[in-house]
Design a protein. Structure first.
Length: 189
């Protein structure tokens, strides 16, 4: 069993960063969160993980914007079913300006469409690439560090819970009660 765990950790040192880069190319924030957690466990390095996630996210969203700019006809055929979202993003671009580039990194469902919509529009590509790189850096640092320190906090809680075995069932009962109250409250509407 110990050999299997060691093999798993060694494969993360070999392939983990490549997988993180590829996953972050698609604007996936789960990758940097998992990398932060694995870094707190000692399987990855948080600094390298943040840099790799930044590079992957910057590359992925920049390529989407450039595809939107130079392959407009082809890309719009592919995104025909997302026509309403693209129109919504255009409206948001007029309303929020560059802030949309920073905010879109955290909105599920539009984080891939925003670079394409910006590429299709007449938005200044150089300006987008600069702000996108800055937004990706903030995104990678924020999510990577939150995941790293949150997992440290949770590890500390579980190490203390192991000393008091009656606490875990109590936590489980509290979670069930909170979920039940929320379902009752929001289920009546």
């Amino acid at each position: 069993m110990q050999q299997t765990i060691q093999s798993f950790q060694d494969s993360f040192h070999t392939w983990g960063y490549l997988i993180l880069f590829l996953y972050c190319m698609g604007s996936g924030y789960v990758g940097i969160i998992i990398a932060g957690i694995l870094s707190s466990l000692g399987s990855m390095d948080i600094g390298i993980s943040i840099v790799v996630a930044f590079l992957g996210n910057t590359f992925g969203s920049s390529v989407l914007a450039l595809l939107g700019r130079y392959q407009k006809g082809e890309i719009l055929k592919y995104f025909a079913k997302y026509r309403r979202k693209v129109a919504l993003v255009h409206t948001w671009m007029r309303k929020y300006g560059i802030w949309l580039i920073f905010i879109n990194k955290y909105i599920y469902g539009v984080k891939t469409i925003v670079p394409i919509a910006i590429g299709v529009s007449k938005y200044n590509m150089k300006k987008f690439l600069i702000f996108n790189a800055l937004a990706c850096a903030i995104w990678a640092v924020a999510l990577g560090m939150v995941a790293y320190f949150a997992s440290e906090f949770i590890k500390n809680i579980f190490s203390q819970v192991n000393e008091m075995p009656y606490v875990m069932p109590l936590i489980f009962v509290c979670i069930v009660l909170v979920v039940w109250v929320l379902l009752k409250k929001f289920g009546e509407k």
